[in-house]
Design a protein. Structure first.
Length: 144
C-alpha cells in the first residue's frame, strides 16, 4: 500500500543523529514510522514524542501524504545550565505515497503518548467482491 520515496532517507537520518544536527523547514529530520493493515483500515503510526498537537501538520494532496512536526526547546529560566541534551529538536517530516486503493477523503488522526496514528480506510472499489454468473444468457453480473 505504501511506496518509499527516498532510499537514502535512512542514511540521512543516521548521519543527522551522529552529527547532532537539528532539522529545519528546508531540510527536516526524518520521523520513524510503522505501517500495517488492520482489516479494512490501513494504519500508519509516527513517533513524535514531546511534540504538541499544535505543532503537527498533516496534508494529503492526491495520494501524497505529508506529515510535518516541530519540537522546540522547553522554556528555561536564565539560571539554568544545560548538562546534557540528547533529545532532537527542530523540524521532522515524512512523505508517504498512498496507493489508489486507499480512501484519502476519510483519514482519521489520533495523537496519544507521543504517537500520531493515522487510520486510512480501504476504498470500497478496492475490496474483493463476488461476481455472479447468469445462467443461459452468458452475461455476468457484479454483486456487491
Amino acid at each position: 500500500m505504501l511506496m518509499r520515496t527516498d532510499p537514502f532517507r535512512e542514511m540521512d537520518r543516521i548521519i543527522q543523529q551522529l552529527s547532532g544536527a537539528s532539522g529545519t523547514w528546508s531540510k527536516p529530520s526524518v520521523m520513524p514510522m510503522d505501517a500495517y493493515r488492520d482489516g479494512d483500515v490501513y494504519v500508519i503510526a509516527f513517533d513524535l514524542p514531546g511534540v504538541s498537537t499544535e505543532a503537527i501538520e498533516i496534508d494529503v494532496e492526491r495520494n501524497m501524504l505529508t506529515v510535518k512536526a516541530e519540537r522546540r526547546p522547553t522554556g528555561k529560566s536564565d539560571g539554568v545550565q544545560m548538562e546534557l541534551s540528547e533529545r532532537p529538536l527542530g523540524v521532522f517530516s515524512r512523505q508517504v505515497v498512498l496507493a489508489d486503493t486507499l480512501d484519502t477523503e476519510h483519514i482519521e488522526a489520533d495523537y496519544d503518548a507521543g504517537v500520531l496514528t493515522l487510520r486510512i480506510p480501504i476504498a470500497e472499489r478496492a475490496k474483493p467482491r463476488k461476481i455472479a454468473i447468469a445462467s443461459g444468457s452468458g452475461r455476468k453480473q457484479i454483486s456487491g
